[in-house]
Ligand binder design. Sequence first.
Ligand SMILES: [Zn+2]
Ligand SMILES: [Zn+2]
Length: 348
Amino acid sequence: MSGEETRTGVRHPFPEPERGETVEIAEGVLWTRIGLPSRLDHVNVYLFDEGDAWTVVDTGLRHKLCLEAWAKLEEGPLRGKGVARVIATHHHSDHVGLVGKFIKEHGAEFWTTRTAWLNARMLQLDHQETHPPEMLAHWTRGGVPAELVEKFVADGPFNTSAATWRLPLGYRRIVEGEEIAMGGRRWTVRMGDGHAPEHATFWSLDDNLVVVGDQAIPGISSNLGVYPTEPDADPVGEWLESCEKLLAHAREDHLALPGHKGVYTGLPTRFRQLIANHHGAIKRLRAHLAEPRTASECFVPLFGREIPPAVYRLALNEALGHLNHMRRSGEAVREAREDGAWLWRLAR
Ligand SMILES: [Zn+2]
Ligand SMILES: [Zn+2]
C-alpha cells in the first residue's frame, strides 16, 4: 500500500491471507490467496458459504502452485464441503484456469459473462506452434527492436491451453443488471470493460461487499492492452467509461474484493485515482507526441521507466491502448514508416 493511498482514503482493514489459508472478511465470506508463477505472484479467490457447499469466485491457473494451494484449502478451510458453483469475473487464465477442474471433480456449475466464456474457450482451443503472422505484424507496427522480436520468436507463443484446465461445453450466463444470490446475500451484477471485455462485478444489496475483480485493484493499475485480434481497439476509452459508470454506485463504506492485492475500503477514491492515472498518462503522451514516435518509444512518458523484456509485450499493448484512444478522440494520427512501424503524432 502506498502512502498516497492512505492519505486519500484507500484502506486495508484485513490482514492478507497466506497461500492456502483464509481470512473471514464477512459472515460466510472467506478470502484466500493462490500463488502464481509470475511477477504478480498471486490471485485472490473468494469463497462464499452456501450452507452445504461453496461458491468460488475466480480460481488461479492450472499450475502446481495453484493446485497445491487448492489441495490445502480442500483439506482445511473448505471443511469437506464441495464446490457447487464457480463464478469467473473475467476470462483471464489466472481467474478461469481451474474452473474445468471444479466442474469435473465437484460437478460445479460455471457462471460467467458470455464474452468471458467465449474468450476463455476460444483462447483455450487456439493452440499455436509458432507466433502467427498477425502477431509479428503487431510487433512491427509497434516498433519493437529487431533483437527483441527475435527473442520473442525464439521464446515461442504462450498457449492458454497449457495454463488452464479444459473447459467443458456449457455455462450459466450472467448479464448486466441481473440479481443473483451468493453467500446468503443478493447481488447486482454490473459489467466493466477495458481490462477484459464484459468483466463482471458484484454489488451486495444486503451489506457493504463489492466483488470488483480486476476492475479496481488497489495499488496497481490493470493492464489495458491492444492485441492483434483487434488492432484498433480502444481499451482505455472503455476502461474510463466503466470507471465512471461504476463510480456512480461506489460508497466509502463499501468493502471492495479485488482480483489481486488487498481487500479495501475507499472504492470511490480508487475509481477516481484510476481515472486520473489514465488522464495523466494521456497528458504526458500529448507532450511526447509533438514529435512522431513509435508505440515502443512511448514507454518512458507512460510508465516513467524503461521496460525490461519480461513485461515488454504488456507495456507495448498498453501503450497502443493509449495511442488508439488518442486516435479515436481525434487527438493523434499515425502513419506507417518505411519499415512498417506506425509513427504517432498529435493531429494538427
Ligand atoms: Zn485480468
Ligand atoms: Zn487478474
